[in-house]
Design a protein around this ligand. Structure first.
Ligand SMILES: O=C(O)[C@H](O)[C@@H](O)[C@H](O)[C@H](O)COP(=O)(O)O
Length: 257
């Protein structure tokens, strides 16, 4: 059960349209990038798959031209274990629609291990992604959360499926209860493709800022359940160190009481 303080941290803003959600998400990202780049010289940002991949294009407008792309370090909260050039790869989708348009050094973009991806080795991919995160913690590129030693990312951009999943943490699947590992894997994901790796809940909730962007009527029931604290839905367990905020379009918010 999430604690009362955790629940208190769930905020929301309802926007008229999906386009408005995407625009606001870009602004939120730009502002945090500016702040963290100034304060630390790095911006650690975690992406998910789904529609969000296309919404990131909103960062490509002249208004955000001063974004310090060279200071960005880009991760995925979950990834489909398919070859990196497969159309289902979150990495490939993000590269095609957004990353190829901005000067983030290739070495700062952390895709899953290429060989594990090609072989469909979900367990191996999870182990190596966790090692990569730990290495960057040791290099002080990723901060650590208070005394727990867990990695603390600056910002995660998340999405939710109609069943209430976030990242690749699905309702009724044991991965949601993983507390020790930073990264785990699933080989029978209800959302295809079936093999995926995912950050675990403690890592997701350690982030300084979590922005959950949800659009469309298909998600309206799940959104209503989340805001009634139905913790069977993994997304209802989302918190953050500083702010966990939900950006909804009208359709996704339509069943909120
Ligand atoms: O790789 C994935 O499949 C995603 O990371 C997944 O968790 C996604 O964020 C949600 O399913 C929402 O997807 P939509 O934005 O497409 O609704």
């Amino acid at each position: 059960m999430a604690s009362a303080s955790a629940i208190k941290k769930r905020e929301k803003i309802v926007f008229p349209t999906e386009n408005d959600v995407a625009t606001a998400m870009a602004k939120y990202t730009f502002n945090l990038s500016k702040r963290f780049c100034k304060e630390r010289g790095y911006f650690t940002i975690v992406l998910s798959g789904g529609d969000l991949v296309f919404w990131l294009k909103k960062l490509l407008v002249p208004e955000y031209a001063e974004t310090e792309w060279s200071k960005w370090h880009v991760f995925w909260v979950d990834e489909r274990v398919v070859p990196l050039d497969d159309k289902d790869s979150n990495y490939k989708q993000t590269l095609d629609s957004f990353l190829s348009e901005v000067p983030i050094p290739t070495s700062n973009i952390y895709a899953i291990d290429q060989d594990c991806a090609a072989l469909g080795d979900a367990k191996g991919a999870a182990i190596l992604y966790e090692e990569c995160i730990k290495r960057l913690v040791n290099q002080n590129i990723i901060r650590t959360y208070k005394s727990s030693g867990f990695p603390q990312f600056d910002l995660q951009l998340l999405g939710m499926g109609p069943d209430g999943h976030m990242a690749s943490l699905f309702p009724g699947h044991y991965q949601i209860n993983e507390k020790a590992n930073l990264v785990t894997y699933i080989t029978n994901s209800p959302k295809l493709p079936p093999k995926r790796i995912t950050f675990t809940l403690p890592v997701i909730n350690c982030a300084s800022y979590n922005l959950m962007a949800v659009c469309g009527e298909a998600q309206a029931d799940a959104v209503a359940k989340v805001f009634k604290d139905d913790f069977n839905l993994p997304s209802a367990r989302l918190t953050a160190d500083t702010q966990a905020i939900w950006y909804l379009d009208k359709a996704a918010a339509s069943k909120l009481s």
